[in-house]
Design a binder for this molecule. Structure first.
Ligand code: EPZ
Length: 421
């Protein structure tokens, strides 16, 4: 098992370049299976989940070549099976995007029920609602889901819940359906816009992505033969912004879209951090002798505060003066990391969806575990802010979604090293 060893108490200073968005890249790579020709995808992050998604696409018959600097060339012409039930597909939740792509391309898709992080129930009823509306049938047995459709016909779908995955999956499946599909109560995350822009670059006709109504006019073919660059990762950028505030450092985060960071920028300013914004960068620092002030957070679908920055922000609250509250409205059980945080000395009370944090608290190093991708990143931030040495175990969970994480932190002055049992 791989661990990070962190000697805390150092202020992070300097500049960090953000990689391509994990959640956009995963959706785009899956969506490329829908194409009738090859495509080139740039700015793909070198992370474990992307490697797994590429492996799954190759398993299905697509030809994939990876070049230096995050460029991936995909030719799905030789797609030979709709059956993606292999162990790799079970290990990442984003494999569910292949449901829409394989259904749209081959009229059939067989996958394991989705895996991924465990924040309580992770249903797919809205995904199925969308596919059924287009005329697909589904059956679930032996832990596998089979979707079939003689043909897909556009329809009007009103999602009961705002769901990123369902919105993306239906957008993909509808891209080559006959007629028009309208998605109401659609999710509006930046990576949904990115996946829609990718599909449009390849020949699709999708309008309204980024709003809660998306209109997809089905096309007969998606010729592809184009190049598309993935947007920067909003959550990686937010993680470094929070690390700057938590260590009273001074970091300039580059290669980002500041607009995507506004839900976090607003909260950091509320807490007393200083934020300077350029066209493609944000600088976060604390004024001398100024302490962070506690505030309240509510995670919501975009443009609300992102749930994927919840663990990191809860750690930040331990460094702020006063009582702060984190209200997790998206996932049922995304506080598994709190016990580890308490081992480091944090004062946190969980009542239902709300974590109440008393601060400021002098965290001290301990042996903790990366329970999932974002909780792991949060434990790293806690270790950076703590006195003494923190071991964060099982960091593969972090490396699923953060490219060169400990190298980027070391370049900012963090005393962090990676060990492997
Ligand atoms: C995506 O998960 C992200 N994963 C998650 O990021 C992120 O936390 C989540 O969106 C919310 O922003 C990827 O993009 C690969 P949802 P997804 O469908 O699509 C309920 C990370 O750290 N729901 O928007 O699975 C669900 O239970 C990961 O990068 C249904 O009820 O999330 C949840 O309460 C972790 N029925 C809410 O909707 C459904 O059919 C949001 O889920 C689908 C979802």
């Amino acid at each position: 098992m791989a661990s990070y060893m962190i000697k805390g108490g150092k202020r992070l200073k300097g500049e960090v370049e953000i990689s391509g968005s994990k959640n956009a890249a995963l959706g785009i790579i899956a969506a490329s299976m829908l194409l009738d020709g090859p495509c080139t995808i740039e700015n793909v992050p070198g992370i474990a989940d992307v490697c797994i998604m590429i492996d799954i696409c190759e398993y299905l018959g697509a030809e994939v070549t990876r070049e230096e600097g995050g460029t991936v060339k995909i030719d799905p012409a030789k797609l030979r099976t709709c059956d993606a039930t292999n162990d790799k597909a079970r290990s990442i939740r984003a494999s569910y995007y292949l449901m829409g792509a394989l259904l749209g391309r081959l009229g059939k898709a067989i996958l394991y029920m989705p895996g991924g992080c465990d924040f309580g129930t992770r249903p797919i009823d809205q995904h199925l609602k969308g596919f059924n509306a287009l005329g697909a049938k589904h059956s679930i047995e032996f832990g596998k889901i089979t979707l079939t459709a003689d043909r897909l016909t556009g329809d009007h779908v009103y999602f009961d819940k705002v769901s990123v995955g369902s919105t993306v999956n239906l957008m993909i499946a509808a891209a080559k359906a006959e007629g028009v599909t309208v998605i109401e109560n659609a999710a509006r995350e930046p990576h949904i816009v990115d996946i829609a822009n990718f599909l449009n670059t390849m020949g699709a006709n999708i309008k309204g992505a980024g709003t809660d109504v998306i209109r997809i006019t089905g096309v007969r073919t998606l010729p592809g033969n184009s190049t598309y660059a993935v947007i920067p990762d909003q959550i990686e950028a937010g993680t470094f912004m929070i690390a700057a505030a938590a260590t009273t450092g001074d970091i300039r985060i580059t290669n980002i879209i500041p607009k995507h960071m506004e839900p976090l920028t607003a909260k950091l300013e509320e807490m007393g951090a200083v934020i300077e914004t350029g066209d493609e960068w944000i600088r976060v620092y604390m004024q001398r002798r100024k302490r962070l002030q506690a505030t309240n957070f509510m995670t919501m679908p975009y443009p609300g505060f992102p749930t994927d920055l919840q663990p990191q922000s809860t750690v930040l609250l331990t460094q702020a003066e006063g009582t702060g509250r984190m209200n997790e409205n998206v996932w049922d059980n995304r506080y598994q990391y709190i016990d580890d945080l308490k081992m480091m000395g944090a004062e946190v009370l969980i009542t239902g969806r709300v974590a109440t944090v008393e601060g400021p608290c002098k965290l001290t190093g301990a042996r903790v575990t990366a329970r999932d991708l974002r909780a792991g990143a949060a434990m790293v931030i806690a270790g950076l802010a703590a006195a003494g040495t923190t071991e964060v175990a099982d960091v593969r969970a972090i490396e699923r979604g953060y490219e060169n994480f400990e190298c980027k932190l070391r370049a900012l002055g963090a005393d962090i090293s990676r060990t492997e049992d």
